[in-house]
Design a protein around this ligand. Sequence first.
Ligand SMILES: C[S@@+](CC[C@H](N)C(=O)[O-])C[C@H]1O[C@@H](n2cnc3c(N)ncnc32)[C@H](O)[C@@H]1O
Length: 280
Amino acid sequence: MNHETNTEKKLQQVRDGYTEMLKRSQQKSGCCSTSTEGAYYDAQEVADLPPEAVQSSFGCGNPLKFAEVKEGQTVLDIGSGAGIDCFLAAQKVGPTGRVIGLDMTPAMIEKATQIAKEKGYSNVEFRLGTADKMPVEDSSVDWIISNCVINLAPDKPAVFREAFRIMKPGGRLSVSDIVTGMDLPPAVRNSIEAYVGCLAGAIREEEYLEGMRQAGFEQVEVTSRLVYGPEQVSTLIEETANTMKSSCGCGCGPSLAPWIKQFAGKVWSAQVEAVKPVKS
Ligand SMILES: C[S@@+](CC[C@H](N)C(=O)[O-])C[C@H]1O[C@@H](n2cnc3c(N)ncnc32)[C@H](O)[C@@H]1O
């Protein structure tokens, strides 16, 4: 299989996986997904958000937590899913600002658009597209945020170059994502469950930061890390595997349970910040 076909196949597997996870999350009763039950969002923040977006959040952090997004600014969320961080950003930028959610999964775009319409978010729009070719003008956004998405992109350097292209000079990036402190073994790299679960596509933290610097970003730094223990690593792998197996019957590879212990402490959710220099 050539490189392009391989990449497209991977993207389609991710789309299928997240279409199914969205469907399942909407069927669950209650109002909180596992990610929002954790330390990512303040209870008050979540209470003010559309419950459907909260219920269908799949992030690994809160990219807006320390981002100083101001009224009137334009924010772009790469891999916006059902829109949780876009709706949060919409409150910060206010009626004079603008939020664009970008996602490559049509079901996510439909759900997020429906929520925005029903809840009257007139300053938020959702666009279908991939992170390595964003349907967004050059130098047009003040903030780029992203929550647990770039690990899923087959060509990460291309995503960083795109992020740099669409950002205004002086703009800022705030991203939560899974990175590693080890090279993952081929058995894991090749597992589609582990890929959709945000583990197999994760790269070493230093490589991730270097990709950003290569794209032209400055002041690239990790401002916090949430290091995963065995239980969290197991969730990354097993929850996705169960969803995929029982839905489409796809991704029924060998169990990755034996690897879990080895990854504990060597995989984490990093909060990464960067700036596009005023003169580049
Ligand atoms: C783990 S979920 C996170 C969703 C959302 N950020 C949140 O916090 O709930 C990953 C999302 O990224 C999208 N995605 C994955 N790879 C992508 C890519 N290369 N380009 C655009 N969207 C992508 C998926 O469709 C999915 O909605």
